[in-house]
Ligand binder design. Structure first.
Ligand code: 48F
Length: 258
């Protein structure tokens, strides 16, 4: 017979066990949009102790709604091998442009990331950075509901050997770091260069080129990379996001191996 109390106990025990494990992660990804999820998938698959945090209830970031709420997205030919690896079907529109259901694509990325061994923590917000001797060493975190309700509740802290800011247009972690430390980034100004206007073809290439370490221990991917290093917007074309997440995971894996 099912026990109401056992159900509560099982949830409490398994969640707090995972939470305790996550407090010391090798890799932490802040933001569960397409670039963060792909990074989590490749890090988890490589056997790295990986945690992905997202402030929202539904992980997935800005992919669900396609373009202007029409739930289709476009990807370019170069990312077909990644989609195939994820088991996500797409359709040729012409020789370069392929269409994918945004719902099928993002739910596929979430499923693959979760299955890779990475721990996904939704409803958890990155509130601040932990910096020691010129290096990002961890994060300050809180329940998203605390943030949303503006409650005066102190956060908790977690360690990470490497961290990825995959928070999209806000580049929330990079922004917080600059707010705390001043112009310490390895960008031309030392601060955020800011996102430039829409130009899909350029933005897609820049988002991959801009995916790299921006401060010791801190990497950027996806729109956070273009906001940090000054790349164009690109709208509902997502190949660059997938390639950026993969490149971020590869760079973080190299650092963890050192
Ligand atoms: O914005 P988002 O989807 O990031 P992305 O991987 O992809 C960008 C595209 O969706 C789109 C685009 C493509 O052409 O332009 O915008 O760069 O997902 C970012 C995720 O980060 C979470 C947020 O809830 C979202 O799911 N996030 C943002 N700030 C925080 C956070 C925070 N402080 N703590 C935890 N999660």
């Amino acid at each position: 017979m099912l026990s109401d109390t056992k159900i509560s106990e099982a949830i409490l025990t398994t969640y707090t066990d995972r939470f305790k494990q996550m407090l010391s992660s090798d890799a932490v990804i802040v933001g569960g949009g397409p670039s963060g999820l792909i990074a989590a998938y490749y890090l988890g698959k490589a056997g790295v102790k990986t945690t992905l945090l997202d402030r929202r209830l539904s992980v997935g970031g800005g992919m669900w709604g396609g373009g202007m709420m029409m739930n289709q997205i476009v990807v370019q030919k170069s990312v077909l091998p990644i989609l195939e690896e994820m088991g996500i079907a797409c359709k040729a529109y012409d020789a370069e442009h392929y269409t994918v259901s945004s719902v099928a694509c993002i739910s596929g990325l979430i499923f693959r990331a979760a299955q890779s061994g990475a721990t996904i923590m939704n409803l958890v917000t990155m509130e601040d950075a932990v910096v020691r001797e010129g290096r990002l060493e961890g994060l300050v975190i809180n329940w998203s509901t605390v943030e949303m309700a503006h409650l005066m509740v102190d956060p908790l802290m977690m360690d990470a050997r490497v961290v990825l800011d995959a928070t999209g247009h806000d580049a929330a972690l990079v922004t917080k770091l600059v707010e705390r430390m001043g112009p310490v980034l390895n960008t031309p100004s030392g601060g955020l260069e800011g996102e430039k206007p829409m130009w899909a073809d350029h933005g897609e290439k820049q988002v991959v080129a801009n995916t790299r370490e921006v401060y010791p221990g801190l990497y950027v991917s996806g729109m956070a990379a273009n906001a940090t290093f000054g790349g164009q917007r690109m709208g509902p074309v997502f190949g660059g996001m997938l390639l950026s997440g993969k490149k971020a995971a590869e760079a973080m894996l190299r650092r963890l191996a050192q």
